[in-house]
Design a protein around this ligand. Structure first.
Ligand SMILES: CC(C)(COP(=O)(O)OP(=O)(O)OC[C@H]1O[C@@H](n2cnc3c(N)ncnc32)[C@H](O)[C@@H]1OP(=O)(O)O)[C@@H](O)C(=O)NCCC(=O)NCCS
Length: 241
């Protein structure tokens, strides 16, 4: 049994295991040095001008209203608080879409929470795309792709492996009228616009349903050692001796 298990491990896995022994990690991104330079774009849609900007400060967020339709993850007023908290985190980034003084869309980035596999790894270069949401009244107008474009305009984002854990139970299936598989395709197409691609993992929550996925973007400046560590992290069970 033990022999079979060993035989199943290919040379690639063995290579990783051997490589791990003498693993030397770089320091990872210097978060304190990062300026979180704010980028801005304008989008004209039939509803009017949408300003896409970020990362924004919590103080700026506090001056704006939240569109009542932004209730995908929690009630809008609680999400508004959460956005401000994320903006204050040293690594936190909030990019938002504003229409006539109201937030009509946002995207957030922060370190993965420490209770899951990704956060427990304490990899300093692992950043999670926490949420992307656009108010139903302005959906299908290209707001989300612009939020993503602005988010990755900052060169500092190239120092991160950005992950997005896509769980179908978080999707707005009712609001969009899409099936689980249509929604999965939409998310892959959307996130693919900034090179977030689905990668395999044996993470139990992601493996729980075939529509779930781990979307990942490998920044151009991520150390090779971290890329390798992430490969091991994705298939943790496979490497357990
Ligand atoms: C996913 C989401 C952010 C996309 O935002 P968006 O600004 O509508 O994105 P787009 O304008 O690129 O539209 C995406 C697709 O929606 C479809 N769409 C068009 N009109 C639409 C409408 N009125 N309502 C919903 N979807 C519509 C289009 O098919 C489009 O695909 P295309 O690129 O092939 O044209 C948005 O649907 C949303 O907030 N969903 C709820 C939150 C969520 O599921 N987040 C993802 C998990 S974190």
């Amino acid at each position: 049994m033990e022999k079979n298990r060993r035989n199943k491990r290919g040379t690639l896995e063995l290579f990783y295991l051997l490589k791990r022994r003498g693993e030397k990690m770089g320091q990872g991104p210097d978060i304190k040095r990062m300026k979180k330079t704010c980028y801005r774009r304008e989008l004209i849609i039939p509803e009017g001008l949408i300003v896409i900007e970020g990362p924004v400060t919590s103080r700026y967020l506090a001056q704006l209203d939240m569109d009542p339709g932004l209730k995908g993850f929690r009630p809008p007023e609680l999400q508004w608080d959460a956005l401000q908290e994320i903006a204050e985190l040293p690594e936190g980034r909030v990019i938002m879409a504003v229409h006539k003084g109201s937030i009509v869309g946002y995207i957030t980035f922060h370190f993965p929470d420490e209770f899951g596999r990704w956060g427990r790894s304490k990899m300093p270069c692992l950043l999670e795309l926490g949420a992307i949401e656009v108010a139903p009244r302005v959906r299908g107008r290209g707001v989300a792709p612009q939020l993503l474009q602005v988010a990755f305009e900052d060169e500092d984002m190239e120092e991160f492996i950005v992950i997005s854990t896509e769980y179908y139970w978080e999707w707005d299936l009712d609001g969009t009228g899409l099936s689980v598989w249509q929604y999965k395709n939409m998310m892959e197409k959307l996130l693919g616009k900034v090179n977030l691609r689905p990668v395999g993992t044996d993470d139990p929550e992601i493996s729980a349903h075939p529509a779930n996925s781990l979307m990942t973007r490998f920044g151009k400046k991520v150390d090779y050692d971290f890329l390798q560590k992430f490969e091991i992290l994705r298939y943790k069970n496979k490497y357990t001796l």
